[in-house]
Ligand binder design. Structure first.
Ligand code: PBG
Length: 322
């Protein structure tokens, strides 16, 4: 045998030399959940280790994470039903707690990369990402609401806007409004290939944002399809996106690779709530090793071609490698 691949695995030092993929805390974005009020840190049953914070506690949590080297955060708001309506008006109310919190985070920590979420579901009494009429999700009518919401978030000072709604044409529509309004520096990380997935379950618990009727299959993609991801990638690129995101990550590593092979834009992947909770649930039972599973999952997403990973493991990973 002239070729013995095991020679390159014979010691830790040699293994380190031939290691192809390296993960850094700087690759990660930590998604966090915000609630209104003060002094709140509410556990989420289906996501052990993850909380809903009021802004005062969130600032402290961000500071702790920054000391661990995390530099990017994506904040999602949890609204009570009393503030939801069919047109998501709370999403662009300048006095709403979400926009005030985003502003406060950027004021307190101007150096962080702050990302916000654009979609109607946290504010919608229908629990859908778009405007509902007669049981249908309207596309073009939704764009205007998404654009108003984006403008309000840009005005609050966020660095990156994340349209997670999957309406057609929204990236271009938002880009134009931002540019006209002077927010040419506000980036867009488009949820380019977002699949209609079972793995969002715990997130919908966290935000109490599950659809009130039906499912999201008329706007989120069919898990069977990959060619469509190329169409979405083309559109988002043309429409001015700065990052293309694939979501979820683990069942879609091939899509991450496909987009990375076909587009020069940086690819992001969202290691979603259900992917996190699966690890937590089996680790709690002693069935798998939490830390090893976490490291393997994160490195596999990077190896597939993601430059950026949104993950609920961010803080844990940062503490582990510190
Ligand atoms: C909705 C949105 C979802 C997530 C992020 N934005 C859920 C959905 O589409 O219902 C899921 C994130 C996760 O599961 O971690 N705009």
């Amino acid at each position: 045998m002239l070729r013995r691949p095991r020679r390159n695995r014979k010691s830790e030092a040699v293994r380190n030399l031939v290691e192809e993929t390296s993960l850094s805390v700087k690759d990660l974005i930590f998604p966090m959940f915000l609630v209104d009020g003060a002094k709140k840190k509410i556990a989420i049953d289906s996501m052990p280790g993850i909380y809903r914070f009021s802004i005062d506690n969130m600032l402290g949590e961000i500071e702790t994470c920054m000391k661990l080297g995390i530099q990017a955060f994506d904040v999602f708001p949890a609204y009570s039903d009393s503030l939801k309506d069919p047109v998501a008006s709370e999403s662009y109310n300048p006095e709403t707690f979400y926009l005030k919190a985003l502003r406060e985070i950027k004021k307190e920590f101007p150096e962080v990369c702050l990302m916000s979420d654009v979609a109607m579901d946290p504010y919608s009494s229908d629990g859908h990402d778009g405007l509902v009429k007669n049981g249908k999700i309207l596309n073009d009518e939704t764009l205007e609401i998404l654009a108003r919401m984006s403008l309000a978030q840009a005005d609050a000072g966020v660095d990156i806007i994340g349209p997670s709604d999957m309406m057609d044409g929204r990236v271009g529509y938002i880009r134009e409004l931002l540019d006209e309004s002077g927010f040419t520096d506000t980036s867009i990380m488009s949820y380019t290939a977002k699949y209609a997935s079972a793995f969002y379950g715990p997130f919908r618990d966290a935000l109490d944002s599950a659809p009130k009727f039906g499912d999201k299959k008329t706007y989120q993609m069919n898990p069977s399809n990959s060619q469509e991801a190329l169409i979405e990638g083309d559109l988002d690129t043309e429409e001015g996106a700065d990052f293309l995101m694939v979501k979820p990550a683990l069942s879609y590593l091939d899509i991450i690779k496909l987009l990375d092979d076909n587009f020069p834009l940086p690819i992001a992947a969202y290691n979603v709530s259900g992917e996190y909770s699966m690890v937590k649930a089996s680790a709690e039972r002693g069935w798998i090793d939490n830390d090893r599973a976490m490291l393997e999952i994160l490195v596999s997403i990077k190896r597939a071609g993601a430059k950026v990973i949104l993950t609920y493991f961010a803080k844990e990973y940062a503490s582990l490698v510190k």
